[in-house]
Design a protein. Structure first.
Length: 284
């Protein structure tokens, strides 16, 4: 059953966790966002701590997907041997705070927190990830692009718990990359982020998935550029196809880290650089 009190429950199986879910329950996985947000305050609600549920700690390969459990940490991602299309996610994982945060923080918690500057969403968008959510009566999969609705907003209802992230398996030669800009190299909130996943078939781009984060309330796929890149030869300079208009849908804000104009200009440069770095991986 696990540890239980009137306000805190740490189950050791998923069924017990799902039975405990009610609208006033706050789900705790890594806690790296939960606790800093409540320094000096009392929490009056109920807490469901899912960290002791074995099946949520696993990264499992299935016929169609890589299944990343809801309490898999950033360190778990870094250490796990995974296909090349996960390289961008591994790069992002290495920039999530320090090692202590990487050891404790979870990728599922990162997306459920739904910060515009969260590192996971742009990478998961380029992986076409699905979010597995479960209740006591059903399990369903939601595309990451539909799961995060805005700043600190998701479509998750109180009766459901995120149980896994599903990443479709790719068959073609693939390279991926992630580039994050902040005021310093590590331990910093993003000013802008770019993620790429590019598949090659017979020397040409079979598919390109490009995403920019921290420049809108929700990370954005750069769909027009993705379409233009499709069919491009591996010998071409893909970054030359990037146009300022490709970033037209971004809506960056002015804040203490950067103003909107800087963010958009930086994102354009970063997009070109990240696409170039991705292409070069096919020659290494």
């Amino acid at each position: 059953m696990g540890s239980i009190s009137k306000s805190y429950f740490r189950p050791d199986n998923l069924n017990s966790a799902l039975e405990f879910l009610t609208p006033e329950v706050k789900v705790l996985s890594g806690g790296t966002d939960f606790f800093p947000e409540r320094v000096g305050t009392d929490f009056a609600g109920k807490i469901l701590d899912i960290c002791s549920i074995p099946e949520l700690k696993e990264i499992v390969e299935t016929e169609k997907y890589w299944k990343i459990g809801a309490t898999v940490t950033w360190s778990d991602i870094i250490q796990k041997i995974l296909p090349s299309y996960f390289d961008g996610l591994k790069l992002a994982a290495r920039e999530i705070g320090g090692v202590q945060i990487q050891n404790q923080g979870t990728i599922a918690g990162n997306i459920c927190n739904a910060s515009p500057a969260a590192d996971a969403p742009p990478v998961l968008m380029t992986l076409d990830a699905m979010i597995e959510v479960s209740s006591s009566s059903e399990t369903k999969n939601i595309p990451i692009s539909d799961f995060i609705l805005g700043n600190r907003k998701t479509c998750l209802d109180p009766a459901h718990l995120v149980t896994a992230i599903l990443v479709p398996k790719l068959k073609n030669r693939t390279a991926s990359h992630f580039f994050k800009l902040g005021a310093r190299r590590y331990l910093v909130i993003s000013i802008a982020m770019v993620s790429t996943v590019i598949e090659i078939d017979q020397g040409k781009i079979a598919s390109a998935r490009l995403s920019i984060g921290a420049c809108s309330p929700v990370a954005k796929r750069i769909s027009d550029l993705e379409k233009r890149l499709q069919g491009s030869s591996i010998e071409n300079s893909w970054e030359e196809q990037v146009l300022p208009d490709d970033l037209a849908e971004l809506s960056p804000i002015d804040d203490i880290r950067a103003d909107a104009v800087y963010r958009k200009e930086a994102a354009l440069i970063m997009l070109k650089r990240t696409i170039k770095e991705t292409r070069m991986k096919f020659f290494s």
